[in-house]
Design a protein around this ligand. Structure first.
Ligand code: F6R
Length: 368
């Protein structure tokens, strides 16, 4: 049932083009107008929403962080992201015009479940983004967007994450459509970009040979850092989490702008640092990221740079260059996460660890 793969995780990484495609299937008509039929909250109620709080744990929380960038940009609704266990116990301010979005692959995570029960009691509307049909979290929610990734067996989330991203994008675009923030053409343009993602992800997977060499090269590394900005920041956090979970190596993700406020003190000769470079565009994100890379490299870091394939500006500062397809900034996490998943899977394999069942971890955390 692993279809010839050594691990479920590796199989699930390679299933992502299909999973992302399934996550998009039947969600929009020819003109790009979205239809999310599992949303049992009326359009009138959605127009009244004045705050969104996205909750989840671990990888689901990182999907929520990406969602915040996209949903606020497209809808202009203030959006918070919080770990479900922190949200639950801080007495959050909720009204019937608050939309709580609970992200959970399994639909059974106790921390997230307790958090939505609290939200329901406070009369907030709850929408679940979930991969497991009929699980507890969607059953207790007002609405659900299923991610259609198919069963995820490897303990570390991979296709669960990428399809959560897709569902978050769809939710943001749907809210924008219902509220009239963006009209037909603009939504349709993003939908068209989303439709290209399965092919982009497939290309990243097909070109992954350099990631295997990288795992060989960093066998024995004691610490690895990940840097990103904007939507690339949660990707950095996710890359670090995968490495901790699977290879049991100390790893940390940082927002690149935060470096000079402390973390740059960690940089020393030979320290591997993954750098997720935002696509070139009209904003300054790309150039600021390049300055950050220059600074850490000047201090001896070994830079593994993930950037647009024709980004010549960054090449001189990359010890290793991992090319990514050109996609909109907000959608880049879908392609940028793939090499990081593969790297952790490969490194853990080389180290002789059980990739599908890392030590101390359970697939679904059903106790608080
Ligand atoms: C990371 C991982 C965990 C889960 C977290 C939430 O690879 O698998 O961090 O993402 O435990 O699980 P769900 O999404 O099932 O609520």
């Amino acid at each position: 049932e692993k279809d010839g793969y050594d691990w479920f995780m590796r199989k699930e990484i390679f299933e992502q083009p299909r999973a992302i495609g399934d996550g998009l299937l039947g969600r929009h008509d020819e003109a790009g107008q979205l239809q999310l039929d599992e949303v049992r909250i009326s359009d009138d109620e959605l127009r009244e929403i004045d705050k969104i709080i996205i909750i989840g744990c671990g990888t689901a929380n990182y999907a929520g962080m990406v969602a915040k960038y996209a949903i606020e940009h497209w809808t202009r609704i203030p959006c918070e992201v919080e770990l479900a266990h922190e949200f639950r116990y801080r007495d959050p301010i909720l009204t019937r015009n608050t939309l709580v979005v609970a992200i959970s692959q399994s639909g059974e995570t106790a921390d997230t479940l307790m958090a939505i029960r609290h939200a329901v009691k406070q009369k907030a509307r709850v929408l679940a983004i979930c991969n497991t049909n009929g699980s507890t979290i969607p059953r207790e929610s007002d609405a659900v967007i299923y991610t259609h990734a198919g069963p995820e067996i490897g303990v570390a989330s991979t296709k669960g994450f990428s399809t959560q991203l897709v569902a978050c994008y769809l939710l943001g675009l749907y809210l924008a459509q219902v509220r009239g923030n963006k009209f037909g053409d603009e939504i349709a343009a993003v939908v068209r970009e989303l439709e290209k993602m399965p092919a982009h992800v497939q290309r990243v997977l097909d070109d992954s040979a350099s990631v295997y060499e990288l795992a060989q090269r960093f066998l024995g590394a004691r610490s690895v850092l990940f840097l990103g900005r904007h939507a690339g920041f949660p990707v950095a956090l996710e890359g670090a989490l995968k490495l901790k979970e699977l290879a049991y190596i100390h790893a940390e993700g940082f927002a690149a702008g935060e470096l000079k406020h402390g973390p740059i003190a960690l940089i020393e000769e030979g320290l591997p640092v993954f750098c997720i470079v935002p696509p070139r565009g009209r904003d300054q994100l790309h150039d600021k990221m390049i300055s950050a890379i220059q600074e850490i490299r000047a201090r001896g870091a070994l830079t593994i740079v993930l950037a647009e394939e024709d980004d010549d500006e960054v090449v001189p500062y990359a010890d290793v260059f991992i090319p990514l397809p050109t996609v909109p900034t907000l959608l880049q996490p879908l392609v940028a996460t793939i090499p990081l998943q593969l790297f952790s899977c490969e490194l853990a394999t080389l180290m002789g660890h059980d990739v599908d069942q890392p030590r101390n971890l359970a697939k679904s955390v059903t106790v608080e």
